[in-house]
Design a protein around this ligand. Sequence first.
Ligand SMILES: [Zn+2]
Length: 311
Amino acid sequence: MSTVHTVLGEIDPSELGTTYVHEHLLTDPGEHLTKGSDDTVLDDLDASAAEMDLFKQAGGRAIVELSAEEYGRDAAGLATLSERTGVHVIAATGHIMEGYWRGVVDVAALSDAQLVDEMIRDLTVGFPEAPHVKAGVIKVGTSRDAVHPDEERMLRAAAIAQRETGAPISTHTTAGTIPTEQVRIFEDAGADLEKIIIGHQDRRLHWDDHLAVVKSGCFIGYDCISKEHYEPEAGRIAFTKRMIDEGFGDHVCLSGDIARRSYLTSYGGGPGFTYILWRFVPWLWQEGVSHEATDRLLIDNPARLLTWSPR
Ligand SMILES: [Zn+2]
């Protein structure tokens, strides 16, 4: 049976419901990233649970939590949060990008085989720091306008781990750049493109690149919703609607990646986890997008992406 692998075990894809495909619930990034600020540190279990309750109130049911080791992944904490709130949580193995793991995880010292083994272990046995919790997705990524050699090894390792396990892959692109280069590497490495989402594409609204991504079979992640400082929200709305109008509504997933205290209502910031469901989606409806189409973006597409291929 093909299932979605959550921090509390496997579930039927139909149980997933409304899903944000790129968020963070518990984080503790390295000091070279925080630069002395605690804004990107999410370490309050009660506050994170409260945000998940707001998400539930807005109709949300599942969250893909993409914190890797170098971003302070807390797999045991994620299982606790899921148990407390009833929100499905999918955790990630893999590593994000060189600028993130530098000084935290010595990826250069790991062989290609070790990179693959680590992913397969987290996906099938459990995280060493939380053996009762398994990963449900592989996270990898690239730098701004460039692929560091260790990032390319990571993408290729993800393709191998995916072929072995059937697990999906979710990527970080830096400022949305070089999405088609990621697709090219995955294709070259023999990955299953139908089980890959290329992330952060609404940080860089470049139609030709977006079209190339969805035509390859990959999902595209419009996962920086509400971040007006990257791209105006009206542009996100226009691109989402155009994807649907041009027949690619089955290859788009939505999320906010609002991994800061200043973005999360329960930590005293905003707009919080209700924004997409209470503001962004109604805006799409107002532009003439159907409820059926938005259900596809939030329910059907994440379920298809996150369901492991049979092995
Ligand atoms: Zn993220």
